[in-house]
Ligand binder design. Structure first.
Ligand code: THU
Length: 148
């Protein structure tokens, strides 16, 4: 799948976000090393701090469909909704918590994961490896010196 196709799926997924409080709709599409794709969107809650980000939603779907260790590429897109399409000029990079969750998947496989961060209208995106979005990340390896 091309970058543009994966971003288009992320933008489509954003239309299924439940974001009545922020009105900021985020979609995420995750491709496995075998080309399987899952999607997710943010889901907010009246208790604001309990909302779930699009990336976390899609990573959960990825774990169920092919396993976190097989995640290869992630596209994220966020913005407002105008009619039936996602809008907005600013690229939506994963928040800090989502970077940590993506980093966990990268650590499991030992491969860096490509992250495509797109703007709402789908006209621009940034391409980064999770290792550069979260340098010196804390991961499973940090826990190996303790335990039974
Ligand atoms: N959001 C995401 O889904 N992913 C991110 O990486 C950034 C923020 C959501 C959370 C909240 O529902 C809305 O965007 C505004 O912060």
């Amino acid at each position: 799948m091309t970058d543009d196709e994966l971003i288009a799926l992320a933008r489509e997924a954003a239309l299924k976000a439940y974001a009545p409080y922020s009105k900021f709709h985020v979609g995420c599409a995750i491709e496995s090393v075998d080309g399987d794709v899952v999607t997710g969107a943010n889901m907010e809650n009246a208790c604001y701090r309990l909302g779930i980000c699009a990336e976390q939603s899609a990573l959960t779907a990825a774990q169920h469909k092919f396993g976190l260790a097989r995640v290869a590429r992630i596209a994220v897109a966020g913005g407002g909704i105008d009619g039936a399409s996602l809008t907005g000029d600013l690229t939506c990079t994963p928040c800090g918590g989502c970077r940590q969750a993506i980093f966990e998947a990268a650590c499991l496989s030992g491969r860096d994961i490509d992250v495509l961060s797109a703007n709402g209208e789908g006209t621009r995106f940034e391409h980064d490896a999770i290792g550069s979005l979260l340098p010196h990340g804390f991961g499973p390896a940090n826990l190996t010196e303790v335990g039974e």
